[in-house]
Design a protein around this ligand. Structure first.
Ligand code: GRF
Length: 195
């Protein structure tokens, strides 16, 4: 059975879907939910689901990324995860942190990568006049939002869409895509898929 640590920064809706999916014949179980914000709503949800939680407030480190990451790694390594899932984790990680978990760290991004790396993905798709948007689960590498793609889901853009309405429909697909991508990854399946 693979052990999965999940990193969040906010409400944790993707984290909840991941934890809920890891039951029955799923090849993995959650072992930790950690956040860079002690007030992250997702920590309470994880605790209510019986998952160990940890918080390391990045603000206390006054921009010293290495020191923040060292403190975060103590909690992560103590939980002995086989896989790390970034789920709405909004801190940019240093190459040394990423190299420590390379090949076993996943991220969900709200665009059809390689399009729209970074932030404000939905507004950028609307501004470009795109006809579809979507989300991507990829392996994390030192280059931001650039690692090998594991899975994608497409969402048609409607004429009256705003960034908010589009984000809401993409999030529904994120909640389907990430659990499927994790199940395949934990089972050793690396071929790219589309929902
Ligand atoms: C999701 O849209 C995710 O793609 C992005 O941040 C949002 C987090 O949502 N990186 P939640 O915290 O999982 O609800």
């Amino acid at each position: 059975m693979k052990r999965v640590a999940i990193l969040i920064s906010g409400g944790g809706s993707n984290m909840v879907k991941l934890v809920e999916s890891m039951t029955g014949d799923h090849p993995a179980r959650a072992c930790l939910v950690a956040s860079n914000d002690p007030e992250a709503g997702g920590l309470k949800k994880a605790a209510e689901m019986g998952i160990a939680t940890a918080a390391v407030d990045h603000r206390l480190f006054k921009g010293d990324r290495e020191a923040f990451e060292a403190a975060l790694r103590e909690h992560i390594d103590a939980s002995q995860p086989d896989i790390l899932c970034l789920a709405g984790f909004m801190r940019i990680l240093t190459p040394s942190f990423i190299e420590a978990y390379q090949g076993r760290m996943l991220n969900i991004h709200p665009s059809l990568l390689p399009k729209y790396k970074g932030l404000n993905t939905h507004q950028r798709a609307l501004d470009a006049g795109d006809t579809e948007a979507g989300c991507t689960v990829h392996e994390v590498t030192p280059a931001l939002d650039d690692g090998p793609i594991l899975g994608q889901a497409r969402v048609p853009i409607e004429a009256e869409d705003t960034a908010e309405t589009l984000a809401a429909r993409v999030l529904v697909q994120e909640h389907r895509l990430y659990p499927e991508a994790l199940r395949r990854f934990a089972a050793g399946e690396r071929s790219k898929f589309e929902l």
